[in-house]
Design a binder for this molecule. Structure first.
Ligand code: SAH
Ligand code: SF4
Length: 382
């Protein structure tokens, strides 16, 4: 059975028309789903009982169940959700961080997942450690935003009236910026992702501007080109993590399929179609990609793509042996890049003390369910 939150407004209208319902029912329905964020058809009290029953017979209306929420000092919140089939995924709510993605300083960014696990197996990443399980459905991507907003609304209601809410919503929406950087490779779940983003972008849905939505990819070239043809103006982040094939090959198996030459060509194509909307993500891993040999090729690449470089100190993953460089060598790498004429920022990872990097909370949770504390972690690759 399809979930009601996997349908666009046009599809809802068509369904309601087929049931001989008046046209205004569609906007009543989207209002319940995306503004009130109800979790049952029964709660849609201005719809006739017969229609509610018909909806419940034909569609599911599923929501994510919260397993844990972790907080850190800077008010980053990390959610671990359980899906209807028991699988676990994560979303991370990050308060305003100017100069990163999008423009507004009052925004709340949500980092969402697109798959259970990941097939791409980057050597440093927790998400790929157990391989790929499945794609998320459209409604499972959409629900991450709605469930987070439900949580934020419940917290705001609990807060004493004389205290400002911890994560004040600027409108009735708690989330106004999206980064598709959670678990999974977004462009490997292309159709579901694009439909979910169309719903989250629509004024009747999530109402999040396309320019406030950033899709991150490890470098799937055909899909980058396909995305360039879409009418929506989403931003693109490319997880580069190495400016030469030698470095990329060592840590990202995807580079053997789509080496840098192809990735840069696809990036240039995207840039040419969309304007300046590319960010290059570059996690700094000690002794792997933080050497001076990467500086010039990285700066050259960024220039060709008119891209900004986002340096992110590596977040340690339990069981893996990669390390983040010292702050001193992070700063040295940044300074060298700037000297080489690149536009770069160094992001001291928000929420790093709560395992904010992709896949880490799920990994811990699964490990604690599967094995007694203190037993052996996974062997480190590479
Ligand atoms: N699969 C997509 C999106 C999810 S990963 C991609 O790879 O782009 C989102 C970002 O987190 C990527 O840039 C990824 O390389 C980075 N990342 C993964 N593990 C990390 C870690 N341990 N520390 C810091 N960043 C990490
Ligand atoms: Fe998958 Fe991205 Fe992690 Fe690579 S970094 S394993 S593509 S989630």
């Amino acid at each position: 059975m399809r979930d009601i939150k996997s349908l666009t407004l046009e599809e809802l209208q068509e369904q309601l028309r087929a049931w001989q319902q008046p046209a205004y029912r569609a906007s009543q329905l989207t209002d319940w789903l995306y503004r009130q964020r109800v979790t049952s058809f029964d709660a849609m009290t201005n719809l006739p009982r017969g229609l509610r029953e018909q909806l419940a017979r034909e569609f599911t209306l599923r929501s994510l169940s919260l397993v844990t929420v972790q907080g850190s000092d800077d008010a980053t919140r990390k959610f671990l959700w359980r899906l209807p089939d028991g699988a676990l995924i994560e979303s991370v709510l990050i308060p305003a961080n100017p100069a990163l993605y999008g423009e507004a300083a009052d925004r709340q960014t949500l980092c969402v997942s697109t798959q259970v696990g990941c097939a791409y197996g980057c050597k440093f990443c927790a998400s790929g450690l157990d391989g790929w399980k499945r794609n998320l459905g459209v409604e499972e991507i959409v629900e991450q935003v709605l469930a987070t907003e439900r949580w934020a609304a419940a917290r705001a209601a609990e807060a004493p009236a004389d205290l400002p809410a911890e994560n004040p919503a600027t409108s009735d929406r708690a989330v106004n910026n999206l980064v598709i950087m959670g678990m999974g490779e977004p462009l490997a779940n292309y159709d579901n992702l694009l439909k979910a983003l169309a719903i989250l972008n629509a004024p009747w849905g999530g109402n999040i501007g396309a320019r406030k939505i950033t899709i991150s990819t490890s470098g799937l070239c055909p899909q980058i080109r396909r995305l360039a043809e879409e009418p929506a103006q989403y931003r693109l982040a490319i997880s580069l993590h190495g400016a030469t094939d030698a470095v990329r090959d060592r840590i990202m198996p995807v580079n053997r399929k789509y080496p840098l030459r192809e990735l840069v060509a696809a990036g240039e194509y995207y840039q040419a179609r969309k304007g300046r909307m590319i960010t290059l993500e570059y996690i700094l891993i000690a002794g792997v990609n933080d050497g001076s040999d990467q500086v010039k090729p990285l700066a050259d690449l960024a220039r060709r793509l008119h891209a900004k470089i986002n340096l992110i100190p590596y977040n340690r993953v339990e069981g893996l042996s990669w390390e983040r460089p010292t702050e001193e060598s992070q700063d040295r790498f940044l300074a060298a890049l700037e000297k080489a004429g690149a536009s770069a920022t160094l992001r001291r990872e928000k929420g790093h003390e709560i395992d904010a990097a992709c896949g880490q909370l799920r990994l811990k949770h699964t490990a604690s369910e599967a094995q007694p504390p203190g037993s052996a972690p996974k062997p480190a690759p590479g």
